[in-house]
Design a protein around this ligand. Structure first.
Ligand code: FAD
Ligand code: UDP
Length: 376
């Protein structure tokens, strides 16, 4: 059988592209995935206690994009869910992103009031201020607050997660969780926040349910590429692997996930509790908050950050800094030489810290701007 497209990987990026190619253009697609399941890192499944768990860490869907929302809504119904996170600081659990409620939970009321006044005066209500910016711009009592948040929320969490200090990373990384001058305790403020009613994997199953799409699991594309007939490739796996590491490895951080099921209905107050300062873990998530299930048992997942070692664990987080950007640009020049015969999209192929919705935006954009115009 000859395919129009070979797609490497079966995560968000691959599923969106396969679905569009098959449904809109009638193209024949073969997806080759090295894991034993589709869905990439967003894969979920029911564990032996009947609780829906996320094998590669908690995935909470949120987006500002109506286009992404409408696109995915063709394949899933949704359960409204607003994620909340508490961070353990000096033995107290306070809202993360750090907000005005966190301030009052930590400091005596008079002092919290003073700090609130300063934040409002300097930035305004409803404003989000990345911690590195707050530290640079603050003076007096605000400077104390900025240092306090930096030390207690960001420094040790980031050291655990990334092995370096916040200022050694792209500012966008800690900027994902800015200080929020507000009383809103939600982790995200996007207009669309929900979980797929039957889970992510079921949503991907529906996306790939097309006679023109075939999926080959348990297969590294490098083992089979010579035996498959196809015209073009979309790679959603790591870009450095595709080019055989010719410019060296693009580094990643990885995680080890520890699942534990308890014989009790509920373990913690909100979906995720962060432990910036204690233990080796960064956070514990209670899966039932995400799925909305009721059960006399509850499953938790703890995240242990690790270095990524090819062949030993999985590449989860691209490490965004200047050295790695320079290396990436060498690989991007190699892509140009392929003159469109191989296309790249996704968190690993673009080496970008995409959320799920951004992976969808990228894949839809590639389809609409590059693939479809050349084929119709
Ligand atoms: P992936 O999901 O990584 O898919 C790539 C696929 O390629 C994988 O299945 C891989 O096995 C396969 N592959 C790689 N090499 C080969 C090969 N040689 N041969 C065959 N197959 C190969 N986003 C959110 O929006 N909200 C969240 O709460 C959230 N939480 C996250 C938590 C963690 C711990 C992580 C790591 C990510 C999280 N994300 C979250 C981001 C989300 O996982 C990504 O945006 C999304 O999965 C990217 O999809 P992708 O298809 O680009 O990549
Ligand atoms: N972060 C932190 N303390 C926290 C939460 C986040 O230091 O309590 C920093 C840390 O560097 C983390 C980054 O902000 O890697 C982004 O956090 P986010 O929750 O967005 O990470 P993800 O869910 O992608 O792992």
């Amino acid at each position: 059988m000859k395919f129009d497209w070979l797609i490497i990987g079966a995560g968000y990026s691959a599923c969106v592209l396969a679905e569009r190619l098959a449904t809109v253009l009638g193209q024949r697609v073969l997806i080759v995935e090295k894991r034993n399941h589709i869905g990439g890192n967003a894969y979920d499944h029911y564990n032996e206690h009947g609780i829906l768990v996320h094998k590669y860490g908690p995935h909470i869907f949120h987006t500002k994009s109506k286009k992404v929302w409408d696109y995915l809504s063709q394949f899933t119904d949704w359960r409204p869910y607003y994620h909340q996170v508490l961070g353990v600081l000096e033995g107290k659990k306070v809202p993360i992103p750090f907000n005005l409620n966190s301030l009052y939970a930590l400091f005596p009321p008079k002092y919290a009031e003073k700090l609130e006044g300063l934040l409002l005066e300097n930035f305004g209500f409803g404003v989000k201020v990345p911690i590195l910016k707050l530290r640079e711009s603050a003076s007096g009592d605000l400077s104390f607050l900025a240092d306090y948040i930096y030390e207690n929320v960001f420094l040790r969490y980031t050291m655990k997660q990334w092995g370096v200090k916040p200022e050694e990373l792209d500012r966008g990384v800690t900027g994902r969780v800015p200080v929020y001058i507000s009383r809103d305790n939600r982790y995200f403020q996007d207009p669309y926040q929900a979980m797929p009613k039957l889970g992510y994997t079921e949503m991907f199953n529906r996306m790939l349910d097309h006679p023109n799409i075939k999926v080959l699991l348990n297969t590294d594309y490098r083992e089979t590429i010579d035996d498959i007939k196809f015209n073009r490739i979309v790679c959603t796996g790591p870009i450095d692997t595709f080019f055989d590491y010719m410019y060296g490895e693009l580094p990643y951080r990885s995680l080890r996930f520890q699942f534990e099921t308890l014989d009790r209905e509920c373990f913690q107050e909100v979906g995720t509790v962060n432990y910036p300062n204690d233990y080796d873990i960064t956070r514990i998530t209670e899966q039932k908050y995400l799925s909305g299930q009721t059960s006399p048992k509850t499953t938790l997942v703890s995240e242990y950050p690790q270095a990524y070692v090819p062949g030993k664990n999985d590449p989860y987080y691209p490490i965004l800094n200047n050295d790695n950007r320079d290396r990436l640009s060498l690989y991007l020049k190699e892509i140009e030489k392929l003159k469109g015969t191989v296309l790249f999209a996704g968190r690993l192929a673009d080496y970008k810290y995409y959320d799920m919705d951004q992976a969808v935006v990228r894949a839809l954009g590639l389809f609409e701007k590059e693939i479809a115009p050349a084929l119709v």
